[in-house]
Design a protein around this ligand. Sequence first.
Ligand SMILES: O=C[C@H](O)COP(=O)(O)O
Length: 250
Amino acid sequence: MRRKLAAGNWKMNGTGQALSELADLARAHPDPACDILICPPATLLHRAVQISADNAINVGAQDCHAEASGAHTGDISAEMILDAGARHVILGHSERRQDHGESDAAVCAKAQAALNVGLTAIICLGETLAQRDASATLDIIAGQLSGSVPDAVTGENLVIAYEPIWAIGSGRIPEPAQIGEVHGFLRARLKERFGADISDAVRLLYGGSVKPENAAEIFAVPDVDGALVGGASLKAAEFSPIIAALEASD
Ligand SMILES: O=C[C@H](O)COP(=O)(O)O
């Protein structure tokens, strides 16, 4: 049985003051019925881990380099993330694919680096609005899935986040049936490639304008195992009802 996952991606938001939100979140969810993960900027990673050492909040990073070490100014390696005490890393977010030109192959190499040190890779994929309008969504998703996910996954160490690019930060979300179509497709493709045992263990998150008001509807969609939340994860008061909706979902 997959344990549901409420993941918050703080993106390039937050200085030390924002860490009080972590403590508030932990107080609101002392014994959650789902996993809770916050991915702050790299500058806050270690402090976030320290604050969360004795509570139910997990901490993750937002990116890693594909190499273990070397002359890569400004980057951090998977081992550094592990050393900071985090156990998850988001990879291939559309903002990185766009801002940094990350290809599926680059995301796959980063994911392999993450798996090599024992991190769980949260690999993001999703279509643009033009691709959806052209009925190309499943083709795009199939290509990203096959190109971005390394062979060495066990199931438990892989999370896939379906994030339609047009839904990110826009206030728009797909119809539940559209989310269900993509998630069902992802599960089937994972099963084809890795077999049922691994496919059944992979958690599939939806991301893009998840808010307290729409969370229950999204979590009722089959094969949605949680959410990757951006803006609404920045404040405990807004993320907490999303977590509660996930806990209440079947
Ligand atoms: O990683 C999170 C997603 O990009 C969703 O962001 P959002 O919840 O602000 O739309």
